[in-house]
Design a protein around this ligand. Structure first.
Ligand code: PLP
Length: 242
């Protein structure tokens, strides 16, 4: 158990640096700072870290695995702390029921079948619609997940967007991507911005763009990100194998 005062101080220092990077990137891009929401990705780190971050003013927390996120969300809420939970990882259909119970925004819907399963789960578990982003694959590599334009029907971007929009219990709120490792992130985020703009023609509520992680937040902000998902720069380096 690390000393909690030390841990809090470490998180505060990291948070200061991350906020500065976001503010500088907004200034460089001529954007207002409040256009960009920091999502602290706390995967592999304990609920106590979420409580520290919440105490430091972080209101948005991201997780990528339901097995870890569900108990963490319960612990945080049991401590009387309210944060917005973002589900950012690949989502299995059999986890939709659980995720729909605590998530405020799901960033990673990338198939028609998943959209339908999440829609059913949200209808059962929620009073208000669940905000959903369609995860976009920029390079078509199936390993990272993501829908793409002209893909097979189940993962075709337009069909996934249509399935989300058709579900009364879901709200199509925008798009998300993870930049391919072998791409210049700016090129990936510029392409995502084009896709987001095209989607907004048919779906005016799809205004959010989730892009940018610890290594590439600057170029994500340059190309219009409204949500940046920051893990290691805030919490420290995760062990390589989880
Ligand atoms: C882990 C993760 C992040 C955060 O990555 P860092 O490089 O640690 O900032 C962002 N998005 C997704 C989907 C993740 O799984």
């Amino acid at each position: 158990m690390p000393d909690q005062d030390e841990r809090r101080a470490e998180l505060a220092a990291n948070l200061g640096r991350v906020r500065r990077r976001i503010a500088d990137a907004c200034a460089a891009a001529g954007r207002a700072r409040d256009e960009v929401t920091l999502v602290a990705v706390t995967k592999t780190y304990p609920a106590q870290d979420v409580l520290h971050l919440a105490g430091l003013g972080v209101g948005d927390v991201g997780e990528n695995r339901d097995q870890e996120a569900a108990p963490k969300a319960t612990q945080v809420s049991a401590a009387g702390v309210d944060v917005r939970w973002h589900f950012v990882g690949q989502l299995q259909r059999n986890k939709c029921r659980s995720v729909a119970g605590y998530a405020d925004l799901v960033h990673s819907v990338d198939s028609v079948r998943l959209a339908m399963a999440l829609g059913d789960a949200a209808a059962q578990r929620r009073e208000s619609p669940l905000d959903v982003l369609v995860q976009v694959s920029i390079d078509g590599d199936p390993a990272r997940g993501g829908a793409r334009q002209g893909g097979p029907p189940d993962t075709d971007l337009d069909q996934v967007a249509e399935a989300v929009a058709a579900a009364e219990s879901l709200r199509l709120s925008g798009v998300m991507t993870v930049a391919p490792v072998d791409w210049d992130p700016g090129a990936a985020f510029e392409r995502l911005a084009g896709i987001a703009e095209r989607l907004r023609v048919n779906y005016p509520t799809a205004t959010l763009i989730s892009a940018g992680m610890s290594a590439d937040v600057e170029s994500a902000v340059e190309f219009g990100a409204t949500h940046v998902r920051i893990g290691s720069a805030l919490l420290g380096n995760r062990p390589a194998l989880r």
